[in-house]
Design a protein. Structure first.
Length: 266
């Protein structure tokens, strides 16, 4: 018989979640979801897939920004929604109390350094949500954490004040992040980037051939988000440099920057 107290909780679950709270902050809508089992299983870099009632079959992916107690619930999951198309608009418009179909947590999470290390986190726009619990875990492990937080404009920089309170060393870069990244890189032993592909490509180039370990959280348009449909191909190179194609949703979305075949990534 299995002792529930010692059972490891793994794997995604599919649940009907409830919107517990919703708020607008800058350009984003933050949704707090009561999604039993999702938060408990979540790790830094996990995402969830939401089915939105807009008549579209494809589920929409969102980084798990925070997990914590709220309103008497143990592990409420917070996501950050930028309204880009029909799915995100429908999601952002949901009121508190609305049900929503959620699958998660999904994807391979960030790998954490075994020893305390100087870590540079690069977060651009809503994608910075992928780094919130990562920063917490790294600090718990005694790592130094420096965050470069970007956005197209002030409204698209995700929670700079909260980041300053919780991370400490934060540089906000509105518009182009590259100068801030170049300033921070010489200090870094480990880099994590959750940003637009151009920024990730820039970071990958900057650390190539160095001792710096770098992981990127890649966003590819997803369809099923569970590995079945093979609709989110990512070109990678194996250790011998031979090209392969893997799936972003289950083989990623976090990849070693050096594994991604950036020339083939469109
Ligand atoms: C792992 C992962 C995590 C994500 N996390 C978040 C998040 O935390 N917050 C958030 O707001 N969005 C996030 N996204 C992006 C979000 O899932 C898409 O923008 C989604 O398509 C929105 O659905 P829609 O119906 O509103 O727009 P759609 O009609 O599906 O798309 C709107 C526009 O965005 C483009 N697009 C769609 N998906 C992507 C993508 N992955 N990358 C680049 N362009 C895309 C489309 O081509 C179109 O131009 C994430 C995506 C992935 C893969």
């Amino acid at each position: 018989m299995t002792n529930p107290a010692t059972t490891t909780v793994t794997g995604p679950v599919h649940v009907t979640a409830e919107v517990l709270a919703t708020k607008t902050a800058g350009a984003y809508q933050h949704l707090s979801l009561v999604a039993p089992g999702v938060g408990e299983r979540s790790r830094p870099g996990s995402f969830l897939a939401v089915s939105v009632g807009d008549g579209h079959l494809a589920r929409r992916a969102f980084w798990i920004h925070r997990v914590g107690p709220m309103g008497g619930h143990r592990a409420v999951v917070e996501i950050v929604v930028e309204q880009r198309g029909p799915g995100s608009r429908a999601l952002a418009a949901l009121p508190a109390g609305a049900p929503v179909e959620v699958t998660g947590p999904l994807g391979r999470p960030f790998a954490l350094p075994r020893e305390p290390a100087r870590c540079l986190l690069i977060g651009d726009g809503y994608a910075a949500a992928a780094l919130t619990t990562l920063a917490e875990r790294l600090r718990e492990r005694g790592c130094g954490v420096r965050l470069v937080l970007g956005g197209a404009d002030d409204a698209h920089v995700l929670e700079p004040l909260t980041a300053r309170r919780s991370v400490g060393q934060v540089e906000v870069a509105v518009g182009d992040l590259t100068a801030a990244v170049l300033r921070a890189l010489p200090e870094a032993e480990v880099v994590y980037a959750a940003a637009w592909p151009e920024t990730q490509r820039f970071v990958a180039d900057a650390v190539a051939g160095t001792e710096v370990s770098c992981q990127v959280a890649l966003e590819r348009p997803l369809t099923c988000a569970t590995g079945l449909c093979h609709g989110c191909p990512v070109p990678v190179l194996d250790d011998q440099g031979a090209p392969h194609v893997v799936r972003a949703c289950v083989d990623g979305p976090v990849f070693r920057a050096g594994r991604v075949d950036w020339k083939a990534l469109t």
